[in-house]
Write a protein that binds this ligand. Structure first.
Ligand code: GLY
Length: 471
């Protein structure tokens, strides 16, 4: 078997899933060089070399790559921060190691303002109405307030307030969800405006889906649609998080979508791609430069935002279902020959388990937290042992978790560990993922109970039927 060395820049469970996909290669003997945010037990065990870079700064990642430059054939990056800070430019430019992620200029995720302006130029019909409030344009806060309130009058207060800079979904505030009065909008707006430009856009009613595509600079290869669960608590309540879970159906679309919605999404992304490609090909777009959040309305999808990386958790249910060898897919992305991928017709569900403070859970539900368990080791053995029952249809991917000197695993502050269930239908996949979640012990970890539940999905379907009827 051919030996291949791969640099993985890792943040959490998404990258454990990437590591797993590489190591399941049937055609290559893979050596992994992992620059990680923490001593992730999954990655530490599997890496040829593992280094912890808590802030994932690009200089330290570069030094790690430089040290192993003779062994590394290519690199792949999951988290947005190093992509936005130009990790590819640095490593590819100086070391000649091909990197799978967009270059700095093409990391559209850097600026929500720039994204909105691009969408306005290329796909205006699916861009919500928006206004940009830039601190540079104002001397006096009373002027900002006047302009903002005028805009709120026009939109009847039904707005989403978004900081320009990425905040992992957490800086976004939505009318009816995060605020219910103008004073609350103003408070949220001001907190962000003090840091930089803010977009105030019309709130669109609908159901969200995540669209992701591999890109080799010449082609975009759409992947099956997934649903992200952004809010912390059941029933889509509580603060926004990085994502508490996700599901995909057997095919390419979600149960509340129509085939034509997906076709339309593909055409929208194709137009953005064509605009950025500017002709023949643009290898700077290599990776997953188009991970779009769409919102489905009665009239079809509208665009919420563009991320420049695979979604966490949204890529996790897809990787194990790729029929092609993932190492080969990466080589084809680098060569510019990735025209399509085959994905198994299976449903998959991912559920995250997180520590008590995450999403403000311990404050919202103090009576539900077993305080004597906080900070105790997290035991994954029983969950991992479920592979004896389910084979490859269950996976356990640690994220914000570290292995310490005592050999035990401890949850850190973010999403600690997820389980993935795979089956012929969503509910069977969910049962597997939830059985895995229940088998994880310690750390006072908690999870949403309604990820991919029948009730949640049926509510989305009914909501879409109602919105389509209204047209
Ligand atoms: N699941 C949301 C994200 O990856 O940004």
């Amino acid at each position: 078997m051919e030996r291949v060395g791969i640099l993985v820049v890792s943040y959490g469970s998404r990258e454990a899933a990437i590591v797993d996909a590489f190591l399941r290669s049937r055609e290559y003997k893979v050596d992994l060089y992992i620059a990680d945010r923490q001593r992730n037990p999954f990655n530490v065990k599997r890496a040829k070399e593992h280094v912890v870079i808590p802030d994932l700064n690009v200089e330290s990642i570069y030094k790690f790559a430089e040290k192993h430059r003779d062994e590394i054939d290519f690199g792949i990056v999951g988290p947005e921060k190093p992509i936005i800070e130009g990790v590819r430019d640095l490593i590819e430019g100086n070391l000649g190691i091909p990197m799978i992620c967009p270059t700095k200029v093409y990391a559209l995720e850097r600026s929500k303002v720039a994204q909105r302006l691009l969408f306005q130029e290329v796909v205006p019909e699916v861009n919500p109405r928006f206004k940009i409030f830039d601190p540079k344009d104002y001397k006096d806060l009373s002027d900002v307030k006047r302009d903002l309130f005028k805009w709120l009058d026009e939109l009847d207060n039904k707005v989403a307030v978004k900081p320009d800079a990425p905040a992992a979904g957490k800086g976004v505030g939505v009318w009816g969800d995060h605020f219910n009065t103008r004073d609350e909008i103003w408070e949220h707006f001001l907190a962000n405006f003090k840091v930089g430009p803010v977009i105030v856009e019309e709130k669109i009613e609908g159901e969200e889906s995540s669209f992701q595509a591999f890109c080799d600079g010449k082609h975009i290869v759409p992947l099956p649609e997934t649903r992200d669960y952004k809010r912390a608590f059941d029933g889509d309540r509580g603060p926004n998080t990085g994502g508490m879970g996700t599901y995909k159906d057997r095919g390419n679309i979600l149960p509340f979508m129509r085939p034509e919605d997906w076709e339309k999404e593909k055409r929208i992304v194709e137009r953005i791609f064509e605009r950025l490609k500017g002709g023949g090909s643009n290898p700077n777009l290599r990776g997953v430069p188009f991970y779009e959040a769409f919102i489905h309305t009665g009239k079809g999808p509208m665009i919420l935002e563009n991320n420049s990386r695979p979604g966490d958790p949204e890529i996790i249910p897809i990787l194990p279902l790729l029929k092609d060898d993932f190492v080969d897919i990466c080589f084809r992305i680098i060569e510019g020959t990735l025209t399509h991928v085959d994905v198994e017709e299976k449903a998959a569900v991912v559920v995250y388990k997180v520590p008590p403070k995450y999403g403000g859970y311990i404050d919202a539900f103090p009576h539900l937290v077993n305080r004597s368990e906080i900070g105790t080791p997290v035991i994954l053995d029983e969950a991992e042992g479920l592979s004896a029952k389910y084979g490859d249809n269950i996976r356990v991917y640690p994220g914000s978790m570290e292995i310490r000197e005592d050999g035990k695993f401890y949850a850190l502050s973010s999403r600690a560990v997820c389980t993935l269930g795979i089956a012929d239908d969503i509910q069977s996949a969910r049962e597997i993922a939830m059985e895995g979640i229940r088998a994880i012990r310690g750390g006072a970890l908690w999870n949403r109970m309604d990820i991919a539940s029948r009730e949640h999905i049926e509510r989305s379907i009914r909501h879409m039927e109602m919105l389509r009827k209204r047209i």
